[in-house]
Ligand binder design. Sequence first.
Ligand SMILES: NC(=O)C[C@H](N)C(=O)O
Length: 322
Amino acid sequence: MKKILVLHTGGTIAMQENEHGAVQPNVINPLYSTIESLSTIASVIVDDYLNLPSPHMTPSLMIDLARRLKERVKEDQLDGIVVTHGTDTLEETAYLLDLILDWDIPVIITGAMRSSNELGADGPHNLIASVRVAASDDAKGKGVLVVLNDEIHTAKNVTKTHSSNIATFQSPQYGPIGIVTKRGVFFHHTLSKRDCHPVTQLTKKVALLKTYAGMDDTIIEAVAATHIDGLVIEAFGQGNVPPTIMPALKTLIARNIPVVLVSRCFNGVVQDTYAYEGGGRTLKEIGVIFTNGLNGQKARLKLMAVLEQSADHSIIQELFYK
Ligand SMILES: NC(=O)C[C@H](N)C(=O)O
């Protein structure tokens, strides 16, 4: 029987709703009874590591979590890992772990949209499905996977798309890479390559700003005044920004602060298509770094990881095309 670690970090999956409809953390993890029922699937060990709502998660806590997982793998000779997590920042933790952990052991991240005592609570079902995926031979070597609502998503492509629906996690443009049914765990495609940056710390400060019609440079200048090490801009469409912010972007790049471009559209990639002021072509000319379909929150984590390895803009650009 496979040995699977279930490590809790908190989130709605570990919360309860009170008589006034307020959802809050529980002292005792409500998943205990579900874990007992897993004995026919795997030999499960539990680590009550954290009990945080996921808006309280930080990149440094994510690094600590990666360290803890590495220790547990060494000490316990695990066949797979399931991490329970709040859904609000789940995709960020999943993606950063995916960048850091360069092994073939399945790591599954799951959560819930309904707390443990709500009608139709999805936590227990998601936990069981995740342990089944973690115990599947086919999950090996696929990087960190996100399992909710009987779907298996890659950490790279998954995003939270709905504020409350249990089918919230989707991989726009690509879809899930597998499904979980009563009879088995089925993968139907895989990522063509994995992207690994096995950093052990994240010391750089990277901001994320979204463009909007009529944006001026005051907000960029205010952010730049806080001594950032990098900036991610969520641009319009194929990668275009208002012309009014071009001077501020040029100043940042001249100060050797990388500016990384993603799209506010959740499908497609940014490219140097448009040649008008603020268009992708003019952004490329001033040295803005283009990404390959990552969303803003993930590009920010990747830039933090990459900046631990190099400050050279052409190396950073190469790493973002991966
Ligand atoms: N469904 C959830 O888990 C949302 C919660 N606010 C959290 O991320 O902790």
